[in-house]
Design a protein around this ligand. Structure first.
Ligand SMILES: [Zn+2]
Length: 214
């Protein structure tokens, strides 16, 4: 998903206004579960944008006239940096919020190159947010024949591998627990959209996997 542009000012949002900024705002609103679109989102400012934005304002605690559906600077900034609202200091329940494990760790099978599953899978629709399970740093990103687009989060002496991504939202540097870092996909050797999530000692190669707890 493309990054959201800096806040363009309240007068920017009026009926008939067209801009890619409006389309990317709409996509962010949909990702946050606030989309009220029958078709779209699109580049033209419509009532559906206003309703969707009002839903976002209510989601982050705005009330009454503050949830008028017209973007303001503070609500925009919170929409701009995905995932900063989730898990305020709390434990992250899943690297794919709202989705549980669909293939467990160390399940045996001939289709895995080591004869067993080296991580856990979270099947979820393409584009679902993947979040950092701990605060740490994205130390590696890449595109691998097996793992597809992947990110490596280093935290507490371990590496957490996020594989088969459709999108790498954060490619390098520090991230907070709960922050969105990528999106579910089926890149590399995958039969459908899912996150393959693997834990290894920091710097550990393929096969050094440990149980993916955090
Ligand atoms: Zn897997």
């Amino acid at each position: 998903m493309p990054a959201l542009a800096p806040f363009p000012g309240t007068t920017f949002f009026h009926k008939g206004q067209r801009s890619p900024v409006i389309a990317s705002m709409g996509k962010r609103l949909v990702a946050e579960g606030c989309g009220k679109y029958r078709t779209g989102p699109g580049p033209e400012w419509t009532d559906a944008d206003k309703q969707s934005y009002a839903a976002w304002q209510r989601k982050i605690g705005f009330e009454g006239a503050a949830a008028d559906g017209i973007p303001g600077k503070s609500s925009w900034e919170r929409l701009r940096v995905p995932g900063t609202q989730s898990a305020p200091g709390g434990r992250v329940a899943s690297p794919v919020p709202g989705h549980g494990v669909t293939t467990h760790y160390r399940v045996k099978g001939p289709h895995w190159s080591l004869g067993y599953h080296t991580g856990v899978d979270y099947a979820a629709p393409k584009g679902k947010a993947c979040v950092a399970v701990l605060s740490g740093s994205i130390v590696r990103n890449g595109d691998d024949r097996s793992f597809g687009n992947f990110l490596v989060l280093r935290a507490g002496g371990f590496d957490y591998w996020y594989c088969h991504l459709s999108e790498q939202t954060v490619k390098r540097g520090s991230v907070k627990a709960g922050q969105k870092i990528g999106e579910v996909g089926s890149t590399g050797n995958a039969t459908g959209p899912h996150l393959h999530f693997e834990k290894r000692p920091a710097g550990g190669g393929f096969g050094s996997d440990v149980k993916p707890v955090w």
